[in-house]
Design a protein around this ligand. Sequence first.
Ligand code: NAD
Length: 255
Amino acid sequence: MLMQNKRILVCGVANERSIAWSIARRLHAEGAELAFSYPNEAIEKRVRPLAESVGSSIVLPCDVTRDEDLDAMTAALGAEWDGVDGVVHAIAFAQREELKGRFIETSRQGFQLALDISAYSLVALAKRMETLLTARSGAIVTLTYFGAEKVLPHYNVMGVAKAALEASMRYLAADLGPKGVRINALSAGPMKTLSAAGITGFKTMLHHHAERAPLQRNTTGDDVASTGLYLLSELAAGVTGEVVHVDGGYNIIGM
Ligand code: NAD
């Protein structure tokens, strides 16, 4: 088993459809010990039973917009574990009104909120986890999307946030590399989750993707779980600062 005796913090499980949950289940199947975070009580109600189902009793509150939450989660985790082998960052948010119509209409407040939750949170989390990750030469994986690279209808400010997330990931890779800590981004094809439901025309995106991707199908939870496992495991010991596409090859097609 690839993750025997490995301790992984998973941030971003909202329900059983979450990408973070697919990755968590695979890590568990490979022997990992898991901890989870949740941003509010509504999500906590869903995360606790899921955590329990994979034998995890470490379930901690953390709204990434609050420094005090990030500090408290880090302290609580440090009290349980002497180090962390991996962190899954699968967190993003934009207001619904920003995910339709023209990007030019993005409000200052909507821009700041999307960038704060979806991009800065990776920096804030990496900073808090640095000592625990260094103790075990750990790795971070974050979730991104093709909208960082190319314009997609209605993805709007989230595309800009993902571009910032990917650039942040590279700068973090340079900072953390000398400490033996790796960080990579997994760029998943569109998948039907709670967050995706907020994007206008998402069904059309799914249909278009399956039609155009070389593999002629949509991305699955198993697809992202396998690559998430790889990036967090010894198999990717020489890989950092990369954006790995798990999209059936969609991103290589021009026409
Ligand atoms: P999801 O809704 O299941 O997960 C999003 C998570 O973000 C939720 O758990 C939510 O609680 C968390 N979150 C939002 N605001 C937060 C805050 N202030 N503090 C802490 N957590 C907060 O949806 P998902 O599709 O599994 O999304 C996970 C990641 O994957 C996101 O970064 C998303 O952009 C990315 N992604 C999704 C797709 C897709 O098509 N679903 C494709 C590529 C990348």
